[in-house]
Ligand binder design. Sequence first.
Ligand SMILES: Cc1cc2nc3c(=O)[nH]c(=O)nc-3n(C[C@H](O)[C@H](O)[C@H](O)COP(=O)(O)OP(=O)(O)OC[C@H]3O[C@@H](n4cnc5c(N)ncnc54)[C@H](O)[C@@H]3O)c2cc1C
Length: 172
Amino acid sequence: MEVRGGGGAGSGGAEHEHNRDIIIVGGGICGLATALAFHRKGIEKVVVLEKSEKLRAIGAGIITQANGWRALDQLGVAAKLRQTAVPLPNISIIFSSSGKIMYAFDNLLGRDGEMRCLKRADLMQALADDLPPNTVRFGCTVLGIKVDPSTSYPTVHLDDGTVLHAKVNFYP
Ligand SMILES: Cc1cc2nc3c(=O)[nH]c(=O)nc-3n(C[C@H](O)[C@H](O)[C@H](O)COP(=O)(O)OP(=O)(O)OC[C@H]3O[C@@H](n4cnc5c(N)ncnc54)[C@H](O)[C@@H]3O)c2cc1C
């Protein structure tokens, strides 16, 4: 990947060349998990562009069902996260106004193996911690993605004028 122009993707104004093949836009749960999946497969030329200045976990908890835990197992972060996640054997969805129960699910652990509530910040930190250094670039706002007519590869345009060239771009 080649980085041209303005701030060089948050790198202080110099022009830079970066040998990255894959650009992921957005360092939320999806972007971080996608980057970690590439890393686990040995694909290292990946960068995640995140417009915030740091990891941004909106909301407190996230309920993760059995398929989510299988994905986290594959990503190699489930064992660590299970230490602080709260198992949920039963769930009731309740109208806040009336207190009436809309749905109630019992014995979830027995039926489908695993359902737990995680702190969002723990999940994002665990995904980010296992990425190679400098995989996530903060303060990089993507304005648009175009196709380079000469190569047919995507070009990613940042708000500071930087243009990034990649072979693959993910916009979760
Ligand atoms: C109230 C609520 C409760 C939920 N509860 C659950 C639950 O219990 N269980 C569950 O599985 N799911 C739950 N979800 C859904 C889950 O939170 C989302 O599916 C998940 O967070 C989406 O992650 P994401 O990475 O795709 O997107 P996001 O978390 O939105 O991340 C996108 C990232 O991209 C960055 N970004 C955006 N635009 C740009 C740009 N132009 N340039 C650079 N960076 C950019 C943002 O800053 C952000 O960090 C809930 C959602 C809500 C709203």
